[in-house]
Design a protein around this ligand. Structure first.
Ligand code: IPM
Ligand code: MG
Length: 386
């Protein structure tokens, strides 16, 4: 197979640092690719009036997938303040680069594993292994927003409930997007061995079915989450070997902390997935352990769930594990399963040994020290190989 072409997008803050650390690990693993750097992030907003220049969109079009470090995104007032004068005069409006890429390339599945690697001092409990499937293209993220309600909207029945002076955001949920995110969650669950170890067919009587929890707020947002739930139920019927349940988002937040081991796969809408994935990250050591994959039918982008962390940027102390695990998800997506497993095993070994810990883990080692330790594990023959 030809070398994959990978858009290499450091972005802002710690993005470049964790990406550089990841490159060390990828190179050591023997994986070969053409990495093509691209411009993205806050610097380009300030200088060029867009955080996602057209040349970067072109780069994405001619690559197989993208690896993104992190980008800064700030509320509109701050964005306008920092924009150079010329662009302010031209009426430039800020919109998040990551959100534009997710929508433009229809990267509808956001897959966010929350896995407690044994020995990680930040684990709330050992054994947590939850994968969140977050719808990635619609919901409260459509960008249809008004600071003042357009007069025309007042002619619609129901609008009398909305105060005149309100700013509004539209929450859009389609059956199509709900079906495809539910399918992503269920097909992932169906491909996994039963919980308890044994593979599906040969499952011992103790092995449990995989479970998908659909998370919603259909008791309040009846229309939008009604569509979401009805799609999830229809998909559930196609997977009789996967257990299906539903949970309100507030109850889910509580249960995730109270009894995280009861969860397996979670499927939810865009904003709930955003919030619950940060909560899930904290169950397993924090944002330094939270990778993510944005996957569509023809393209994918892999990025840690964390932001650009300006408070620690440039200090070389960011935990690169979330970025390295995002690269592991990229390797799986590219079909390089063995290399992906090898790197994940190396990460797990370094965490278990506890010799190299970044400040978020209570240690005082840096980004490159962590990457170097992981890369060193790749050099040793794995205990399971003959
Ligand atoms: C995430 C981030 C983004 C989101 C922000 C930076 C727009 O929080 O990837 O979880 O809300 O999706
Ligand atoms: Mg988020």
């Amino acid at each position: 197979m030809a070398r994959p072409r990978i858009a290499w997008l450091p972005g802002d803050g710690i993005g470049g640092e964790v990406l550089q650390a990841t490159r060390l690990v990828l190179d050591e693993s023997g994986f070969e690719a053409n990495y093509i750097p691209g411009d993205i992030g806050w610097e380009f907003w300030k200088k060029e009036g867009t955080p996602l220049p057209n040349r970067t969109i072109e780069l994405l079009r001619r690559t197989d997938c993208a690896l993104l470090g992190a980008v800064t995104s700030k509320p509109t007032v701050d964005a306008m303040r920092e924009l150079s004068d010329g662009f302010r005069a031209k009426g430039a409006r800020y919109s998040s680069a990551v959100l534009r890429i997710r929508r433009m390339f229809d990267l509808y599945t956001c897959k966010r594993p929350c896995r407690a690697y044994p020995g990680n001092p930040g684990n709330l409990r050992e054994g947590i292994n939850i994968t969140i499937f977050r719808e990635n293209t619609e919901g409260l993220y459509t960008g249809a927003e008004w600071d003042k309600i357009p007069q025309e909207l007042y002619n619609i029945r129901g609008m009398e409930r909305v105060p005149r002076q309100a700013a509004i955001t539209i929450r859009a949920i389609t059956r199509k997007a709900s079906l495809r995110i539910a399918k992503a969650a269920f097909s992932h669950a169906a491909d996994l061995p039963r919980r308890g170890g044994a593979p599906n067919e040969a499952a011992g009587k103790d092995a449990k079915k995989r479970r998908v929890t659909a998370v919603h707020k259909a008791n309040v947002m009846r229309a939008t989450d009604g569509v979401f739930l009805s799609a999830a139920r229809d998909v559930a019927k196609e997977y009789p070997n996967v257990e299906y349940e539903e949970m309100l988002v507030d109850a889910c937040a509580m249960q995730l902390v109270r009894d995280p081991l009861r969860f397996d796969m979670i499927v939810t809408t865009n904003m709930f997935g955003d919030i619950l994935s940060d909560l899930g990250a904290q169950l397993v050591g924090g944002m330094g352990f939270a990778p993510s994959a944005n996957v569509g039918d023809g393209y994918a982008m892999f990025e840690p769930s964390h932001g650009s962390a300006p408070d620690i940027a440039g200090k070389g102390i960011a935990n690169p594990v979330a970025m390295i695990l995002s690269a592991v998800m990229m390797l799986e997506w590219l079909g390089k399963k063995d290399t992906a497993e090898k790197i994940e095993r190396a990460v797990a070994e370094v965490i278990l040994e506890g010799m190299v810990r970044t400040p978020d883990m209570g240690g005082n080692m840096g980004t490159m020290a962590m990457a170097t330790a992981i890369a060193a594990k790749l050099k040793q023959p794995s205990p399971s190989s003959p």
